[in-house]
Write a protein that binds this ligand. Structure first.
Ligand code: FAD
Ligand code: NAP
Ligand code: NAG
Ligand code: NAG
Ligand code: NAG
Ligand code: NAG
Ligand code: NAG
Ligand code: NAG
Length: 544
């Protein structure tokens, strides 16, 4: 008798012989790949991509991990360097990067080539992260932790971005994925390629493989140049772990594009929160912050001890997200809240700041005397690989396992990496090695149409939590049938720790000794219509 794994492999081989495209193999109950998956590219070395790469290496795939940044850490790779200035207005999602006609190619850039400074060329390539020096997590440590490298037992409730960076880099080092690990362990061929941006991803029809077009930049300080190299590499499968926050979003407000050109003493007067770093220089300034979410409240707190006035332009929120609830509570007492901005007046000059310009609010009042405006208006969830997104910022056509339904040799890290990420990474390896079966395309589509893709955090809602349990059951069932180790479901006691956090951060005074003993039967508190307290107070979502 054949083992199911062997049946799967044989099915894959016969499909390969027929050269049938994946989509036509609908006869099977399960997904059958065109040929065995041996090599996998992982794009992004943040908490999600590092875990995916580590698992795939452990399962003996030939893995390459690419990140545009010079080191691992993803969003948590803090530097004082700030990103290149954001475009006003937002630029189209699908703008393609320049790729030379003949590859491989090498080019040396000098200062000012194409009117771009070397500094900006470097920063445009790797995109310094939108973090500031004092930033701490808005998620408790218990749900912001990678496996294998635990925080110490007495580590704080919430963690500074610098500690998260060390934590993520420790995970990378532990798995031999840090930026110079291959030099240390020279017996292995390099898994990682940092400072390497994936500029194009395409499917090669004849071989049914993925081709990545890569660009690596290297600074050559001795000759004051930048060396750029382009080349391609082909893979059987690809994990896209490029993160939820791809580029900054600037609001579409009349007059903003003109104001965005204004400088005062050589510095832009209007800028996105992505380039905020430290509060000291805000001494005696009047600052207008646009937005009411986490960046807005936290930057307001940071600058309040220095600034003369902190004003926040917010719009009404009937059903605030838990982060926004927290942010409303955390804006410093000195904050003056004003309504949403309607438009900016035309300015006489572009080099004398914005102090004399009128800012017309939606209620008719005109604000004047503002020194600087910080746009804490969030991020665009898009990337150059798959510009099709659903309304809630998720890539379209993704199965709940993260596989791209039209072609499951492509997968996205579409869950919160700190918690579900470890299960998803393991599942990617199992599906591609043939020890976990993925439903056939028709079933995956059905799952998707039934809303089964709403599976991003452990506790986003009761259905998401049930789905997560089904996911673990599926994973373990597959191991039982096809081989592999078992995984523990997420420990419930961690959920309880999360409730304490929620009590402090979102719904103050919720947890009381008098009713804490009767935990499971707490009455519903409708922070958002139709959702029970139990869900609200342990809310976790991908867009954290
Ligand atoms: C200001 C801010 C604060 C945050 N605070 C918290 C918090 O307190 N708690 C929390 O849980 N989450 C927080 N987050 C969310 C954060 O996104 C996650 O914590 C986590 O970093 C997501 O991991 P990831 O691996 O999916 O993506 P990321 O960490 O974003 O990593 C993606 C990686 O992909 C790389 N990449 C992207 N495109 C390419 C390309 N074309 N080629 C090569 N490489 C590419 C990037 O360089 C990056 O290193 C915050 C986000 C922001 C913006
Ligand atoms: N750990 C930390 O301390 C920390 C710090 C910063 C960010 N983060 C995380 O990073 C992610 C992004 O957070 P974020 O705060 O940068 O972005 P965000 O949560 O997307 O919030 C954007 C804010 O901008 C507002 N906005 C957009 N256009 C506006 C306009 N024209 N006028 C007024 N307001 C406008 C939005 O209002 P509407 O809601 O009405 O659209 C919202 O309040 C989140 O996951 C957050 O948790 C964490
Ligand atoms: C990977 O290969 C090694 C060496 O052949 C083997 O011992 C190990 O079991 C393999 N790992 C998995 C998960 O198959
Ligand atoms: C603060 O700013 C006000 C108004 O711009 C100015 O008159 C005053 O001199 C400043 N004070 C200090 C200490 O810089
Ligand atoms: C409009 O908002 C401003 C700032 O909050 C406030 O001072 C003013 O009274 C409001 N005007 C009206 C007409 O409500
Ligand atoms: C994106 O959407 C367009 C138009 O809806 C469609 O033609 C295209 O195939 C989609 N691309 C992907 C990768 O899903
Ligand atoms: C386990 O696999 C068997 C065989 O495919 C299937 O009948 C059963 O429903 C699966 N159970 C779970 C929990 O996925
Ligand atoms: C917990 O008990 C307090 C009084 O001890 C009460 O006011 C509060 O409503 C209770 N909370 C819940 C969720 O039942």
């Amino acid at each position: 008798m054949f083992s199911p794994r062997l049946v799967l492999l044989l099915a894959g081989l016969s499909a390969a012989a027929q050269q049938a495209p994946f989509s036509s193999q609908s006869s099977s109950e399960w997904t059958v790949f065109h040929h065995p998956i041996k090599s996998v590219a992982v794009i992004g070395a943040g908490p999600a991509g590092l875990q995916a790469a580590a698992k795939l290496v452990e399962h003996n795939f030939t893995v390459r991990l690419f990140d545009r940044a010079p080191a691992p850490g993803g969003n948590w790779f803090y530097t004082d360097e700030t990103p290149v200035r954001e475009p006003y207005p937002d630029k189209p999602f699908d703008e393609k990067p320049y790729i030379p006609e003949h590859l491989p190619a090498t080019h040396y850039y000098e200062e000012g080539d194409e009117e771009i400074s070397l500094e900006d060329r470097w920063k445009e390539h790797w995109q310094p992260r939108p973090l500031w020096d004092s930033l701490h997590t808005n998620s408790p440590a218990v749900i912001t932790e990678l496996p294998d490298v635990p925080y110490s037992a007495d580590s704080p409730w919430v963690i500074s971005n610098h500690d998260i960076q060390r934590h993520v880099r420790a995970y990378a080092s532990f798995h031999n994925l840090n930026s110079n690990d291959y030099q240390i362990d020279s017996r292995r061929s390099p898994v990682t390629s940092y400072s390497t941006r994936v500029d194009k991803l395409e499917k090669i029809e004849e071989t049914q493989t993925w081709r990545l077009t890569l660009r690596r930049l290297e600074r050559l300080p001795e000759t004051n140049r930048i060396k750029a190299q382009w080349w391609t590499e082909d893979f059987d499968a690809v994990v896209i772990a490029t993160g939820p926050y791809v580029s900054p979003h600037v609001p579409d407000i009349k007059g903003l594009v003109a104001w965005s050109k204004v400088k005062d003493a050589g510095r832009y007067s209007v800028y996105h929160s992505q380039s905020y770093r430290r509060p000291e220089r805000y001494q005696n300034k009047t600052i207008l912050i646009v937005g009411s979410s986490v960046s807005a409240s936290e930057i307001a707190r940071d600058i309040a001890p220095y600034a003369r006035n902190v004003i926040a332009s917010i719009r009404p929120k009937p059903n605030p997200h838990p982060f926004q609830l927290r942010s409303f509570l955390r804006f410093p007492d000195v904050t003056e809240f004003v309504p949403e901005i309607d438009h900016f007046e035309t300015l006489a000059a572009h080099d004398k700041g914005i102090k004399d310009g009128g800012i017309h609010l939606k209620n008719g009042t005109v604000l004047k005397g503002i020194d600087e405006i910080i746009l804490a208006t969030g991020y665009i969830h898009s990337n150059i690989f798959l510009p099709n997104f659903t309304a809630d910022g998720q890539p379209a056509n993704l199965h709940w396992t993260g596989h791209y339904i039209p072609d499951p040799t492509l997968a996205y890290t579409n869950v919160r990496p700190w918690t579900i990420g470890r299960y998803q990474s393991y599942a990617f390896a199992k599906v591609w090695e043939g020890t976990a079966r993925l439903p056939a395309q028709k079933q995956m589509k059905q799952d998707y149409d039934n809303g089964k893709y709403h599976f991003r955090g452990l506790f986003a809602s009761a259905p998401a939590e049930a789905l997560f349990r089904q996911y673990v059951a599926w994973l373990n069932n597959e191991s039982l049938i096809n081989g592999g180790r078992f995984v523990e479901p997420w420990p419930l006691e961690k959920r309880e720790v999360f409730v304490y956090y929620s009590d402090v951060e979102w719904i103050k005074g919720y947890v009381k000794l008098t009713n804490f003993t009767d935990f499971e039967t707490l009455p519903s508190r409708e922070w958002e219509s139709g959702k029970a307290a139990w869900e609200a107070i342990v809310y976790e979502d991908l867009e954290w």
